[in-house]
Design a protein around this ligand. Structure first.
Ligand code: ZN
Ligand code: ZN
Length: 132
């Protein structure tokens, strides 16, 4: 299991080190949600993530089954609930422990910030992975 937490430490979570995929998303929603050039995240079945502290302090943007889960105190974006509530996309930046997986591609490069240049050799997709 990997530990994760928000900036202020109100919310702690534990997630299995069994991520199915990891990607860097350059879409404008991810840029705004993180305040960063892109969002590195990893996907896993929702049941493999457990909130270990601060469950009553979450801020949900959207709905609990299709939304972004933030700490209600400091605002850190912790994960997004996706795929009809079955999966979560955990922000890799909130992990305390290093996961085994590494991001394998850049997605939504078609909406990438013009002030950011991708300098690695990972595959780049204009939209979702697999859409060229
Ligand atoms: Zn917090
Ligand atoms: Zn995105």
């Amino acid at each position: 299991m990997l530990a994760g937490k928000c900036l202020c430490g109100t919310v702690h979570y534990a997630v299995a080190d069994e991520f199915a995929y990891a990607l860097n998303c350059h879409c404008s929603d991810c840029r705004r949600a993180t305040g960063s050039a892109f969002k590195p995240f990893a996907g896993i079945a929702r049941g493999k993530l457990a909130i270990t502290q601060g469950e009553d302090r979450l801020l949900v943007y959207g709905t609990p089954d299709a939304g972004d889960i933030h700490c209600g105190q400091c605002g850190s974006l912790l994960w997004s609930v996706v795929r009809d509530g079955q999966f979560v996309h955990v922000t890799l930046g909130t992990l305390v422990d290093a996961p085994a997986i590494r991001p394998s591609a850049h997605i939504f490069v078609g909406s990438k910030a013009p002030w950011f240049t991708i300098l690695d050799d990972l595959p780049q997709y204009q939209g979702h992975a697999g859409e060229g």
